[in-house]
Design a binder for this molecule. Sequence first.
Ligand code: BGC
Length: 601
Amino acid sequence: MNVWRRLSGPRRALALTGAGALVAGGLVTIPVTAAQAATQCDVSYTTSDWQGGFTASVTIRNIGDALNGWTLGFTFPNSSQRVQQGWSARWSQSGQNVTAQNESYNGSVSSGGSISIGFNGAWSGSNPKPTSFTINGVTCNGGTGPTTPPPSTPPPTTPPPTTPPPTTPPPTTPPPTTPPPAGQKVDNPYVGVPGYVNPEWKAKAESVPGGNRVSNTPTAVWLDRIAAINGTPDSSSNGAFGVRDHLDEALRQGAGYIQFVIYNLPGRDCSALASNGELKPDELPRYKAEYIDPIAAIQADPKYRNIRIINVIEIDSLPNLVTNTSGQPGGTATCDIVKANGAYVNGVGYALAKLGAIGNVYNYIDAGHHGWLGWDSNFSPSAQILKDAAVASGSTVNNVHGFIVNTANYSALREPYFKVTDTVNGQTVRQSKWIDWNFYVDELSFAQAFRNELVSKGFNSGIGMLIDTSRNGWGGSARPTGPGATTSVDTYVNGGRVDRRIHAGNWCNQAGAGLGERPKAAPEPGIDAYVWVKPPGESDGSSTAIPNNEGKGFDRMCDPTYTGNARNGNNATGALPNAPISGAWFPAQFAELMQNAYPAL
Ligand code: BGC
């Protein structure tokens, strides 16, 4: 059965689109003075308003006994006020009454602890703040409890000043949080701050007609060889900027976060050829001394302490030790070697420990994608190997802020027209050829489930997931508009699926793909951000062998004439023709990605 499916070099994205920092509006603080009640709270509610919309930041401070599960309640003063999209809680609204229930990961609040949640909302006329809040039915200002004395401060007699709504467009991200003291990391580094736009990628994007529609999107900077640390002006992938140049430019831009991909393990890309790297499987000492140490030295420069530095750690690496070693359909000799000599596990542990020690650095480890790890045989063992790496080489799980899925891959964020639990003529969707017994049909469901699995393996309950949405849009004229015919599970799934690949194991320069969700902070429960880690328009690998001095091989999964292997069910590769080596600019692909963008540009 469906044991494996790594589907080799799955390639590999957040831009806080137009992410302007916002100025917080008014503040309502409702103190509690009674000491004896079990539930006591202090809620601050601030908003940043613009014509018709607003972002609200709500901080609940627990000044009573520890809470194990909480529901916040308040009433909007006006009937026009609506919650549209919330984060860090399950938000709902009935009439003017709003409730926010804890997520599974933030239900416990110690005495003295606090929780920050928020939402984007709509209003017309005016946007007054709620005047009273409850936690688990108990009023935070103590007004309802018989034992609670009335607030000691008299209500204000003058109305709050009304500031005219700004004319700037509505922000797409929640407002900034006050920067934490040096060394203390925020829960979600993507919230409230603009992302770094790589000028080198921006220039490439703008070289293609229409590229200026997306060229201000934050994309990640790939450090795919030692030379990339100081810049590689003569390589066809990557650019002249080194790590310092990017960080200096981030300071100049006033960026709040920057994303790097740490991608140079010994024996890199052990199950594929397109992104093999410069370090041989036994070169872990060089990885540490010549690659991680110098990157850490630059990232630790106090000059950059106010930028949240996000490191995506070693894509396409650890799950290979589960799915592509001897005995697996996709087993390779190189994966066997790096499993046996510990190069991946110890290399990742070293990177985590060294980089995670820096106060403003956030590590997210790559965790494959649903079409690789969504089977039981791969799911839990992969979570375990990620845990093993997180505690290797002196690291601890505290060096891990979260995980990223779908890096440089093409799996749809959501399959809107079928669910894994659907059946057709008594057969489950899992029996369709496309799903092939996988337990997940899309990346969002996989990311959320895998997060829970990782927590059960010992990772902190506050970890967040990233989803690379740079190329998983699947829009354009081939996108289905409803479910497939119920003749069989196959007609049902094939007719309705938005992921139009020939096989979910195909990973190289996929024809028909489009740009996916634009980067966005806290889009769904458990998800820190949608990100663009693979810079769209950069090739996954060449379609024919091209000599190069970057260690890049030729993988036939990038050849449109190849009819496949066991890993993709012996199907055609669906790769675009005339592709340059991995990382090099591929304008025809970029044009197609824009054409098929979903949401459309
Ligand atoms: C390549 C890297 C490149 C990255 C981003 C990978 O497939 O191997 O060289 O930097 O993609 O495009």
